[in-house]
Design a protein. Structure first.
Length: 434
RNA sequence: GGAGAUGUCGCGUAGCUGGUCGAGCGCGCACGAUUGGAAAUCGUGUAUACCCCAAAAGGGUAUCGAGAGUUCGAAUCUCUCCAUCUCCGCCA
């Protein structure tokens, strides 16, 4: 979300940015919103005048009423002034309605005007123009066949999709035994990994109110993702980012508390409305999973530094579990409207012979802060908008796919990287049941 | 979940029989005076957002947990919601 003042002063920059993002259909919105803004300011100016008059006249009434106690003839005068105020009441009421409507229209447009992208973002219309920046680790292809991840899990008696289907329906799973333990081990390891990087571990609420939901996402996203609790004003979170960013809504953070570097654990619940491709059976796309997330709220001048650090943490984490990854930079057309810059960390799948998304790191600039009224009180006492960033640390069900495929050995066992062993009871390998 | 109490400017409080209250007082903080320097003292100031103004100066509007209402006028009255505290119930 842009600053309306910025749009006023730099309409051409805003328009060029829209072109860079291949959203030509939004170009007329710029002039539209500026016209609405002008109209709105005129309405505000006029309404302020009327209110000023009303306040002045009301004060007179007060004075006259006071005097009327001694001199009853003043009562008539007071009534006359009252009538004057009443005469203007209709115009003011109409203006107030108009103000409300205009503000709503402006807000709607401002929500869809894309944030100004960083100059370093590659220009391109869709994800096929995303740029592979760098690979970390050799994408190895073993000389034995890598089965589908659920098959690997089944050899360990590690998953029961059938029971989950009976109990909860599609999109759920029972993880069991070593696989379930591995899932928890990855989470615990990721948690400690981030704590070692200086992040504060946090367990947030897993349900949030509707006003927070509408604060952090659009109606369309909400409809496609969020589960509502019946009879309550509560929604299950789709990611801990919802409650973590919600933590700061409407808050003024003292500058000395920056940067806020938090790593949060939560289960995530998603409706996942939309097509499920064949590669998405198993645990790739499900209604409930668990995730360790990292978020940073920092001074504007520090956000790019944090962005670099954050995606590198993901790379380091995956490399420490012997999983080859690459950094894929999102091009302008693939970048969500709120983001200044974003990249995915993709893990190598030896079975599919391609990389697939496991982390998504984003710098939102001040757009999220503006939208959610997150502010920082500076040293000079002035408030300003901080920058916000977020990145996946690890989402175990999806990362288990990469983990199992990359650490599977010819004999069917799965080796446990050194870093993970303390969380797996010291084991260096897990052995399939059949 | 039931009963009661409370929610005011960074903190603590006053106001709550509606008008001169955007709001008094104390503390804190900032600046200035005093001092060789400090303490103490004295003085001044001390929110946020928005609008008008080329800008500054200045002016205006809104905000006393949130929202709605009554009224010429609401911190003050009414309603809804939220939060906190106390007691009861229930529970990991």
């Amino acid at each position: 979300m842009l600053d309306i003042k910025f749009v006023r002063d730099n309409p051409d920059v805003v328009k060029q940015n829209i072109k860079n993002k291949f959203q030509e259909e939004k170009l007329p919105l710029v002039d539209q919103v500026l016209a609405l803004d002008k109209e709105n300011r005129d309405a505000i100016t006029r309404a302020s005048e009327l209110r000023a008059q009303r306040n002045a006249l009301s004060k007179q009434v007060g004075m006259l009423m006071g005097q009327a106690k001694k001199d009853p003839s003043k009562l008539q005068e007071a009534e006359a002034v009252k009538a004057q105020v009443k005469a203007q009441a209709d115009e003011l009421a109409a203006l107030e309605v108009k103000e409300g409507e205009l503000e709503e229209e402006i807000r709607k447009i401002m929500m869809v005007l894309p944030n100004i992208i960083d100059p370093s973002v590659p220009i391109g219309p869709d994800d096929s123009y995303n740029v592979e920046v760098e690979r970390f680790g050799e994408p190895v292809t073993p000389d034995f066949e890598i089965p589908y991840h659920t098959e690997i899990m089944e050899r360990f008696d590690g998953i029961d999709m059938d029971a989950a289907g009976r109990v909860s329906g599609t999109g759920f799973y029972y993880l069991m035994g070593d696989i379930a333990r591995l899932h928890e081990a990855v989470l615990a390891y990721a948690r400690d990994f981030m704590i070692d990087k200086g992040f504060t571990f946090c367990i947030p609420p897993f349900m949030i109110r509707s006003n927070v939901v509408t604060g952090v996402m659009s109606f369309a996203e909400m409809d496609a993702m969020m589960y509502k609790i019946e009879g309550e004003d509560l929604y299950l979170i789709g990611t801990s980012e919802h409650s973590m960013i919600g933590k700061f809504i409407d808050q003024i953070i003292p500058e000395e508390k920056l940067p806020q570097t938090l790593t949060s654990y939560s289960p995530c619940f998603r409706k996942e409305k939309g097509a499920h491709g064949i590669e998405e059976r198993g645990v790739y796309r499900i209604h409930q999973f668990e995730k360790q997330e990292m978020i940073v709220v920092c001074k504007p001048e520090d956000s790019m530094k944090w962005y670099e650090k954050m995606w590198r943490y993901s790379v380091e984490l995956f490399r420490s579990m012997d999983i080859p990854v690459r950094q894929l930079e999102c091009c302008s057309g693939d970048l969500a409207d709120l983001k200044v810059k974003s990249c995915d960390i993709e893990a190598w799948s030896p079975r599919q012979q391609k990389y697939f998304e496991v982390c998504s790191c984003s710098n939102l600039g001040d757009a999220q802060a503006r939208r959610l009224k997150i502010r920082v009180k500076g040293e000079n006492g002035k408030n300003y908008l901080p920058h916000t960033l977020n990145n996946t640390v690890v989402a175990p069900p999806r990362m288990l796919i990469a983990f199992l495929e990359n650490n599977l050995q010819a004999d069917g066992s799965v080796k446990i990287p050194v870093a993970l062993r303390p969380y797996m009871g010291g084991k260096d390998v897990i052995i399939p049941k059949h």
